[in-house]
Design a protein around this ligand. Structure first.
Ligand SMILES: Cc1cc2nc3c(=O)[nH]c(=O)nc-3n(C[C@H](O)[C@H](O)[C@H](O)COP(=O)(O)OP(=O)(O)OC[C@H]3O[C@@H](n4cnc5c(N)ncnc54)[C@H](O)[C@@H]3O)c2cc1C
Length: 263
């Protein structure tokens, strides 16, 4: 359990940004991850009073406040309608409903956890992050950036007509994923994301039509294996993960296109 000297309920995002520059300051999300550690926090920055716990939908996008819980994202009618339950499926394996009522989307994305179902699924969509100082940053770029002292305010998902599918393998229902695969298709581009490799989730794009020929499927898998690396840890071996990657990705492609067209 961590200890805190000052608990600061900030009144604006700018106040949070100024405070996070100070040594020993930490932003609080749902503190589900933070409480596993034993940090000594000087200023615990609480964003609860900033109305960031809601999802808004406009013509072009979904705008998810950083303090929105995973559960609120999971059951959001608009997101479920537009992405056909894709994000709900991705987060359903995270511990349990009570846990997902606490953990936030902002804390999940900002922390760049390598096993994150949240990041893996959002990376296959056109997702941007809105930081107080850095402004809008594509999620893909954020994952490649060095850690920044900034406040994540919102997560923006474009409504670009994309179709997406998610698959994961866990040793038991609520364990960390051994491997997670998210695939999306939009306008001649297949995007393949693998999470839990371990390391940060990674995305690769492959140009092809909406119905993959068997040969194209093989080519896509080959490119995926070239660009992705897999590691061994207590959850699974490198070999097992690379086998899962091929199977889960193919399964997701089949779900999106209603079967790929071999033979
Ligand atoms: C036991 C356990 C099992 C889990 N299993 C899974 C799993 O299977 N799949 C999965 O995807 N995830 C899993 N998670 C991770 C979980 O889903 C959340 O991602 C995690 O708890 C972080 O969210 P939080 O709201 O609790 O963030 P916190 O713990 O509050 O914060 C996490 C980090 O993010 C920073 N932060 C928070 N909000 C912001 C912000 N707005 N701007 C900038 N930085 C911020 C904090 O300072 C901190 O460094 C698990 C976590 C635990 C504890």
């Amino acid at each position: 359990m961590f200890t805190t000297k000052n608990h600061v309920m900030v009144k604006s995002l700018e106040e949070a940004y100024d405070l996070i520059q100070e040594r020993g300051s930490v932003i609080l999300g749902g503190i589900m991850w933070l409480k596993m550690g034993n940090r000594k926090i000087e200023n615990a920055i609480d964003l609860s009073a900033l109305s960031l716990n809601r999802i808004e939908e406009d013509e072009n996008s979904f705008i998810i406040g950083a303090m929105t819980t995973l559960r609120d994202m999971e059951i959001h009618e608009g997101l479920n309608r537009y992405f056909e339950g894709y994000l709900a499926k991705a987060v359903k394996g995270i511990v349990g409903v009570q846990f997902r009522n606490g953990a936030t989307v902002g804390g999940s994305v900002a922390s760049k956890l390598g096993f994150s179902d949240v990041i893996t699924s959002l990376l296959a969509l056109d997702t941007e992050l809105e930081f107080v100082h850095a402004g809008r940053v594509p999620l893909k770029d954020y994952l490649e950036m060095k850690p920044i002292k900034d406040v994540l305010a919102r997560i923006i998902i474009k409504k670009d007509g994309r179709k997406a599918a998610y698959e994961t393998v866990r040793k038991s229902a609520t364990d960390f994923p051994i491997l997670a695969s998210a695939v999306s298709y939009n306008n001649g581009v297949w995007s393949v994301v693998l999470g839990g490799r371990p390391g940060a989730p990674k995305r690769m794009d492959f140009e092809a039509g909406p119905q993959l020929l068997e040969q194209e499927m093989e080519e896509m898998q080959r490119k995926m294996m070239e660009e992705m690396t897999f590691g061994t840890n207590y959850l699974g071996s490198q070999e097992y993960r690379s086998m899962l990657a091929k199977v889960l990705t193919k399964r997701n492609v089949e779900k999106i296109s209603g079967g790929y067209h071999g033979h």
